[in-house]
Design a protein around this ligand. Structure first.
Ligand code: CMP
Length: 139
């Protein structure tokens, strides 16, 4: 079993796509081990995306991620990191496969509806960022 962090970003929450995204997560066979609605501060978003701090889009990305409520989830499945990234589709919705979450609900490379951890080490950091100190369901 593997765990990954998923975020339903502020664009998708504002567009009332939380239910649709969660439905896809459950239909794909993931176990939801934890789920929270959060409103990140700019500093929270900067800490979460610290690996991107040198990128030109860092300020815009962290402003967007702190612009409204987001939903963070701990997902569990065999090969969860890769499978969640496949379900989301490419970072840029215009390049994402038809039927993927980002293709269907994303508007741009920044407003791309969802986030997923990209490797085991980042998943551990990202899960702890939101769920440290919490015993996850099923643990
Ligand atoms: P995410 O999976 O959350 O990881 C980092 C985010 O940075 C990414 O999704 C995009 O939303 C954003 N991002 C990546 N590349 C760019 C870019 N070229 N311009 C703006 N935002 C970007």
């Amino acid at each position: 079993m593997e765990r990954t962090l998923a975020i339903i970003k502020p664009d998708a929450v504002a567009a009332r796509h939380v239910g649709a995204v969660v439905e896809r997560i459950e239909s794909a066979g993931f176990e939801i081990r934890a789920m929270r609605l959060v409103r990140l501060s700019q500093a929270d978003a900067e800490g979460f995306y610290a690996v991107h701090r040198e990128r030109p889009f860092f300020g815009s990305l962290t402003a967007f991620m702190s612009s409204g409520p987001a939903v963070v989830l701990a997902l569990e499945a065999p090969d969860a990191i890769r499978r969640w990234r496949t379900l989301m589709g490419a970072t840029d919705p215009a390049k994402a496969e038809p039927g993927t979450i980002r293709r269907d609900f994303g508007a741009s490379i920044e407003h791309n509806a969802t986030h997923g951890s990209d490797a085991a080490e980042t998943a551990a950091f990202e899960l702890a960022y939101f769920f440290a100190g919490v015993t996850l369901a099923g643990a």
